[in-house]
Structures are given as structure tokens and as C-alpha cells.
Design a protein around this ligand. Structure first.
Ligand code: KIV
Ligand code: NA
Length: 269
């Protein structure tokens, strides 16, 4: 027990303990995740998709990320809370200059006291990662499929299936570690490559669609709870069917309201 720190995640990797990460965007779910014992809650910019309904992660703003982060941090503020809270830096909040990146990372950290920020990219952001970690802000990297670059890729297909991109990914992962990152997410890459990266880095490698050889796993909470009937990629294991549960509950409520069965005398004053 005790609050999960970057040090703790390193120890977990060294001890061969797998790290369990889920995304979270609000107070209610964050509280449930924390009490269930999750190691890290990622306030992902996937909020752009699953909270706001955008097609990509690009539209979400720093202010909107801060709004979600504040709610999640409130959910993990009880005396027994342990989950580390990591907040995604949104598209174009860290690419313009190191200074702009530091200012935005600082705002995200300062306005609600989360534990760390996350950024997509390798060599292109290494100097920025160094600058931000030097300022005392822990940085998690994100390589492989980087949803903020979806217009560059043109599709959400598996990354680094060929030698050149795989080699570059390995180099980027090492560079992020050298630049001070405390962990790195790898998304939608072959499991053998993810395993190779995990073994060659000291810092934990957290996978999504990257196989079992990673040091930990992350999933989008809405996907694993089955809140979106239309989204079933192979890397999502669905642990609940909340879509059906909510539909059934709402359907019965409709019936009860329309029939006059709800509220009963016992539910009235
Ligand atoms: O935004 C997000 O949910 C993420 C995870 C999928 C790693 O970046
Ligand atoms: Na993200």
C-alpha cells in the first residue's frame, strides 16, 4: 500500500511485478479504480473520443485535460488512496517549443497536483522531456501508434512491423529513458518487439496492443467495460458489458415511469 510513485514503478519492474494501468476521466470512476487497487490512472486524451465524442484525440485542449485531471485527482484523495495519476499532454501543447511545453506541463501539474504527464514521440521530443523532468515533472513517453499523429499515418494499423520502423522505435525508447522519462507506453506494435524493448530498458514499458512481454498493461476504461458496442479491436479484452446493463436499466426505468409503477409509496414522502 501507499501512494504509487515513479520509484515504486521501477521497483515493480525490477521485482517482476506487472503494472496495471487504466484510463479515467472523472471523479466517480477514479474512486472506483483507486479502491479496486489500480496502480496508475491515466487521464488520457482519449477523453476526446470516449468522453466528448470526437473522431480523434486532436481537438482536446489543455484546459479540458485540466478539467478531467482535477476530477480524477479528487477521486484519489482519500487517506488510503494509492493510484498514481498521469495526465496526457494534448496535441500541440508540447510541440511548438520546449518553453511552451514546460509551461503547459507546469499548468497541468500545478492546477490540481497530479503525479506526472505523458507525451507522444521519440527523438522529436527528447530535449523537451529532458527540460520538463529537469523542472521536477515526471514524464511518461508514448511510442508506436501515436494517435495524435493519425493524419500522418492515415490509419490505426499496427506500427513497426518492418525493420526500419522497429529499429527507430527501439532507438526512441532508449532515448526517452536517457532523457529522463520514468516509463514509456508502447501502442499497437508486435509483441516480440515490445518484449525486446522492455528487456533493454530499465524503466517500465506499458503496453496496449503490444503483447504480454511488457512490464505492464493499459486499456481505455470505456473499452474494457464494454461501453461502446461498435468498438472491438483484438487488443481489448472486454471485462463487462455495461452498454447492455445500462440499456436494460434505462429500459426498465422507462417502463416504470410510463406505467406509474415508479415511484412507489415507499419511495415517496
Ligand atoms: O489516451 C489514452 O487513452 C492513451 C492510452 C491508450 C495509452 O494514451
Ligand atoms: Na493518449
Amino acid at each position: 500500500s501507499g501512494h504509487v510513485t515513479t520509484r515504486r514503478l521501477l521497483d515493480m519492474k525490477q521485482n517482476g511485478e506487472k503494472i496495471a494501468v487504466l484510463t479515467g476521466y472523472d471523479y466517480t470512476i477514479a474512486r472506483i479504480l483507486d479502491r479496486a487497487g489500480i496502480d496508475v490512472i491515466l487521464v488520457g486524451d482519449s477523453a476526446s473520443n470516449v468522453f466528448s465524442g470526437h473522431t480523434t484525440t486532436l481537438p482536446i485542449t489543455v484546459d479540458e485535460m485540466i478539467y478531467h485531471a482535477r476530477a480524477v485527482v479528487k477521486g484519489v484523495q482519500s487517506a488510503t488512496s494509492r493510484a498514481m495519476v498521469v495526465v496526457d499532454m494534448p496535441f500541440m501543447s508540447y510541440q511548438l517549443s520546449e518553453e511552451e511545453a514546460l509551461r503547459n506541463a507546469g499548468r497541468i501539474m500545478k492546477e490540481h497536483e497530479c503525479d506526472a504527464v505523458k507525451m507522444e514521440g521519440g527523438s522529436s521530443i527528447a530535449a523537451t522531456v529532458r527540460r520538463i523532468t529537469d523542472a521536477g515533472i515526471p514524464v511518461m513517453g508514448h511510442l508506436g501508434l501515436m494517435p495524435q499523429s493519425i493524419y500522418k499515418y492515415g490509419s490505426y494499423k499496427v506500427r513497426a512491423q518492418e525493420g526500419a520502423e522497429a529499429e527507430e522505435l527501439m532507438k526512441d525508447a532508449r532515448l526517452l529513458e536517457e532523457s529522463g522519462a520514468f516509463a514509456v507506453v508502447v501502442e499497437k506494435i508486435p509483441s516480440a518487439l515490445a518484449g525486446e524493448i522492455a528487456r533493454s530498458l530499465t524503466i517500465p514499458v506499458i503496453g496496449i496492443g503490444a503483447g504480454v512481454e511488457c512490464d505492464g498493461q493499459v486499456l481505455v476504461i470505456n473499452d474494457m467495460l464494454g461501453l461502446n458496442r461498435e468498438f472491438h479491436p483484438r487488443f481489448v479484452r472486454q471485462y463487462a458489458d455495461l452498454n447492455t446493463i445500462i440499456e436494460d436499466a434505462v429500459g426498465r426505468y422507462l417502463e416504470d415511469v410510463r406505467s406509474g409503477d415508479f415511484p412507489s409509496p415507499e419511495e415517496s414522502y
